[in-house]
Design a protein around this ligand. Structure first.
Ligand code: ASP
Ligand code: MG
Length: 440
């Protein structure tokens, strides 16, 4: 008689949670006792990705490089032969960028990926030391295929599925615990390509979707998904449940707990994500299919941004003005964060560092068409997210509406641009009105 193999659980451990391999081992033992096959996805140890990014950004800082390499080595004690080879490769690559005085994107991604490779080598060794049959696996060798956008790639699930299923399935059937690198895959030309900061969450949901996992757990240290950033809003509280769409909006509008592409594979595969704290298992947020409005509200503040106003005589009657503005910005390589329009005013919100370039690019509109440009003004983008959030319009403190530079809305989000000096107070006031006083 054959029994259907149980669906695996995919558990991703973030950098800070790797500081507690004992807690990780206990958690895995519990799962194995209940006969649940587990796949671990691992990000780099805490601070390592930042160290690697600094190396790349300052290719000539040889002294700082030596110190950073020593710290990285210290964080990965007793490497296996594979780990030692990665450390040697890292030293060679760093030497190469020092000689050249620059670092191209493919080399940057090779360097960045070494943080995860070292973490997998180290953690799988720690787990084997306490008797767990862990086996380290590097995602590019496994066959996790991405597009070629270095530093911010998309995983190509269909092209990865057969190899990932075969590679991990064989290990699981053999009773092993695969410990897989997050954060990168193999691009179309066989090169290492990274997924952007925080990308190992995305690796976990993509691999979970491919394996038909029962669930994906993202384990973070001391953080869960909160109604607002607790450093800005001390009264922020844990969100219990979010729909896929709500979670995607949250990531889009700058909540740093989730990489923006993380939810997509899960939504497509109808796979539940649990974001969980390593220290307190009750701190848990489930991201899953929508169950109708549950009153959840989350707030984000994206800052610093810059806002440029364009006054257009004749306003929208002048055809093509919005298209012209966005073309000019695209030509100047400025990304539009959001755009507010009224009949005679067009407000464009862009990243702060691009604000002057945006104002210059838009100045061309005034020459041809008599429009006048004002700004850039420093603003933050305050967003309230949740199914049915438009019902809350009446609860928004009037001061925020009065100070707001414009408002844009979708069925699930409401955004305002607020002048920087007032943005954080506005965030707290909005949290009071939509979360605390509403009893959510
Ligand atoms: N180590 C990478 C980063 O810090 C990926 C991740 O943490 O998910 O961005
Ligand atoms: Mg990390």
């Amino acid at each position: 008689m054959s029994t259907r193999p149980r669906r695996p659980l995919v558990v991703k451990f973030g950098g800070a949670s790797l500081a507690r391999p004992d807690v990780i081992a206990t958690r895995i033992r519990g799962l194995r006792e209940s006969c649940t096959p587990v796949v671990l996805i691992v990000s780099a140890r805490e601070g390592v990705t930042d160290e690697l990014r600094d190396l790349i950004e300052r290719p000539r800082a040889t002294r700082a490089h030596r110190e950073a390499l020593a710290r990285i080595e210290e964080q990965h004690p007793s490497p296996s032969a594979i780990g030692r080879a990665h450390l040697a490769r890292l030293r060679r690559l760093v030497h190469r960028i020092e000689r050249r005085g620059r670092c191209d994107p493919p080399t940057a991604d090779r360097i960045m990926s070494i943080g995860e490779r070292l973490a997998v080598d180290w953690l799988s060794g720690e787990l084997r030391d306490v008797g767990l049959p862990a086996v380290g696996i590097e995602a590019d060798r496994l066959g996790l295929v991405t597009d070629d956008r270095h530093g911010g790639a998309n995983i190509l699930i269909d092209r990865s599925a057969a190899a990932v299923r075969a590679g991990l399935g064989a290990r699981l059937r053999g009773g092993r615990i695969p410990v897989v690198t997050g954060f990168f895959g193999r691009g179309p030309h066989g090169r290492v390509v990274t997924l952007g900061r925080g990308g190992s969450d995305y690796s976990a949901t993509a691999i979970g979707a491919i394996l038909g996992a029962s669930r994906v757990e993202l384990i973070k240290r001391g953080v869960s998904v909160l109604t607002a950033d607790p450093r800005l809003v001390p009264r922020a509280r844990t969100i219990r449940r979010l729909s896929y769409e709500e979670a995607e909006e949250l990531a889009q509008f700058g909540a740093k707990v989730l990489h923006p592409l993380t939810v997509e594979p899960a939504r497509t595969a109808n796979l539940e994500i649990a974001v969980r704290s390593l220290d307190d298992p009750r701190e848990l947020t489930i991201i899953g299919p929508p169950r109708g409005p549950n009153g959840m509200r989350a707030l984000t503040l994206l800052e610093p941004l810059g806002l440029v106003r364009i006054r257009v005589p004749g306003g929208r009657q002048r055809p093509g003005v919005v298209a012209e503005a966005s073309h000019r910005l695209a030509d100047a390589r400025v990304n539009i964060v959001t755009l507010f329009t009224s009949s005679s005013l067009l407000s464009v919100v862009v990243e702060r560092t691009k604000a002057r370039a945006a104002a210059r690019a838009l100045a061309g509109l005034s020459r041809g068409g008599g429009a006048s440009i004002e700004g850039p003004f420093p603003v933050g983008l305050l967003t309230a997210i949740g199914d049915g959030v438009l019902d809350d319009l009446g609860r928004i403190p009037p001061a925020i509406l009065a100070e707001g530079e414009g408002l844009s809305a979708t069925p699930r989000s409401l955004s305002f641009a607020v002048p920087i000096p007032k943005a954080r107070a506005a965030l707290r006031a909005l949290h009071r009105a939509l979360v605390e006083e509403a009893g959510r």
